[in-house]
Design a protein around this ligand. Structure first.
Ligand SMILES: *Cc1c(COP(=O)(O)O)cnc(C)c1O
Length: 381
């Protein structure tokens, strides 16, 4: 059960997100401690959650920022991340976004195509600057996760394919305003089978060998993020197993002398600290099921509708006999459903419902569809 005071939660208008800053700090401590064992650098993948109090905690443990839009770069800078700890990835960076990031002198552009390299070179040249770039390579490794959050297969739009690399190296020689500093990989999200990361290490080692055979030395290897969290048992395993995760990379990645290894974790750092709190508006008897209709919907948390993802649902205020409910939102879409046949204690109008593990890819994906208000965020520490 959610480890926060129900009395405290009842003081706020629903729906709202509540963040357990205590748990967040413990999680970040663990992650930074395990990464530090091997001198690994962590950049927080900002797209998971960009709320300032969350960013402050990330900065406080010394993490950099991994951004996927110009506004994320801006948000990182405005929230005090030093520019030389900001990286910028994404398949479709606009000229305005690139120019802004060049003006900020960010640490690195993770480039995803030859065409992008040509444009970045032009824009950097116009400013009389040299842009540091890492090539995002598509390693063709299966992350064994939902197909919408798989990114490292040849069929995905992300990264440069292995067979293009000789041409890319030739191209780079003709682009004087770019400086190649590393390689970047990111194979997907919510990865719970660590063997996918082991396969990634094998591929990265092969790419490193090839670059060395071409007399290219790389200062940085960025292996991306993707470590998953336990959506089914948020209380049993609130902090992901960072120890096994980082030690696996230490064991299987062949790091060259003086090379820095970077990680870009998002979900694993912040998911368990956030909960969406909602109230039951109505109970409706269906033909084969009861509907519990909440005042929160896919406009507050779209993951179930978008990726068929599971979130644990709890009734915080009822102790009645159990029954089954389809827990749905008020939005005019049939996909606006948080869970089907969810076993809950007898649920009534006014009951407080917690939708767990919503700290990552929750609030950031909120929309105003149906002209909905933005849900508030509450921070408890
Ligand atoms: C989304 C993303 C991440 C973070 O993924 P998580 O699964 O949240 O850890 C890291 N790197 C890149 C390039 C991303 O797009």
């Amino acid at each position: 059960m959610l480890n926060l005071s129900v009395q405290e939660l009842q003081q706020h208008a629903t729906p709202f997100y509540v963040y357990d800053l205590n748990l967040l700090r413990q999680t970040l401590q663990q992650a930074s401690q395990e990464a530090a064992k091997y001198n690994f650098q962590v950049h927080y993948a900002m797209k998971a959650n960009t709320n300032s109090p969350i960013l402050n905690e990330m900065r406080a443990v010394g993490f950099g920022a991994d951004c996927v839009s110009g506004n994320e770069v801006k948000c990182a800078i405005e929230n005090g991340f030093p520019a030389d700890h900001v990286v910028f990835a994404g398949v479709g960076k606009s000229d305005a976004e690139i120019n802004y990031a060049l003006d900020q002198n960010i640490f690195c552009f993770n480039c995803e195509s030859s065409h992008e390299l040509i444009v970045l070179n032009e824009l950097a040249e116009a400013k009389g600057k040299t842009a540091r770039v890492a090539l995002r390579i598509n390693p063709n490794v299966n992350a064994n996760t939902h197909k919408y959050i798989t990114t490292g297969l040849e069929e995905n739009k992300f990264g440069i394919n292995a067979w293009e690399l000789p041409d890319v190296l030739t191209l780079l020689k003709s682009l004087p305003s770019l400086s190649l500093i590393g390689l970047h990989f990111h194979i997907g999200s919510q990865i719970t089978d660590l063997s996918a990361f082991r396969n990634l290490c094998t591929r990265v080692n092969e790419f490193q060998d090839w670059f060395e055979s071409q007399q290219v030395q790389l200062e940085h290897i960025n292996v991306g993020g993707g470590l998953g969290v336990d959506y089914y048992s948020p209380d049993e395993q609130p902090i992901p197993d960072f120890e096994s995760y980082f030690s696996l990379f230490n064991q299987f990645l062949e790091v060259r002398p003086n090379q820095q290894v970077h990680f870009e974790l998002g979900r694993a750092l912040v998911a368990q600290s956030g909960t969406l709190i909602s109230k039951v508006l109505y109970i409706k008897k269906g033909v084969s099921t009861n509907f519990a209709i909440l005042d929160a919907g896919m406009t507050e948390l779209i993951r179930p509708a978008l990726y068929q993802s599971y979130h644990k649902i709890e009734n915080l205020t009822s102790k009645g006999p159990e029954d089954k409910y389809d827990v749905v939102g008020p939005i005019c879409e049939s996909s606006d459903c948080f869970g089907k046949a969810v076993v809950l204690p007898e649920t009534n109008r006014g009951d407080l419902i917690a939708i767990r593990t919503a700290g990552a890819y929750g609030e950031v994906m909120a929309s105003a569809y149906n002209l909905r208000d933005k849900a508030a965020a509450v921070y408890l520490s």
